[in-house]
Design a protein around this ligand. Sequence first.
Ligand code: PRP
Ligand code: URA
Length: 212
Amino acid sequence: MKNYENVTIFEHPLIQHKVAILRDEKTSTKEFRELVEEITTLMVYEALKDVPTKKVMVRTPLELTEQTMVADNAVSIVPILRAGLGMVNGVHTLFPLARVGHIGMYRNEETLQPCEYYCKLPDGIENSIAILLDPMLATGGSAVAAIDVLKKRGCKDIRLMNIIGAPIGVETVAEAHPDVKIYVSTLDRQLNDVGYILPGLGDAGDRLFGTK
Ligand code: PRP
Ligand code: URA
């Protein structure tokens, strides 16, 4: 795959360890959900190291001191329904006050084209960093369409977080939206002929919600 300035592939052993368990077909729904959250937290910790801050005064038992805290409304969370929902708590662990918008998107199983069926975004999202969540980046169609929606709402700093990405999906998003920062925990080999990622983990939504 080409090198893109705004693409980060995590190669942290802790993340790789958790992704290996996530892939296992024997991993239960409960454990799958927990792992998705934990991996998301690890990714967000790194991807938001430049989050805006504010100065606050804190009185310790000894004196008054100026300290640094995360700025108000610094980040918003936007899961792509359904599977992105599984990542929300992983962001809230670090940004408990972050507001959540939802973009409903499913892939047409024949054409693999994304269909948008829902969108509700918080007021003021355009002034925050929009963290767009989806565990799977396959063709990239859903992510490109969701980023289009966020840009139409005025979002200027969008960070896409995917747990598993296929090279074609990363390339498609990076070419369509070169200003968006893309964070993928693991880059997989390829898509199969029905658009599933190999080796992948199967259908992330079904595994998160136990629907199959
Ligand atoms: C999955 C996944 C992404 C999309 C990725 O969603 O969660 O949203 O496919 O594929 P793409 O990169 O080729 O667009 P799906 O359509 O299965 O919907 P679901 O989350 O409701 O199960
Ligand atoms: N969506 C999934 O859930 N899994 C894939 O492998 C591709 C798209």
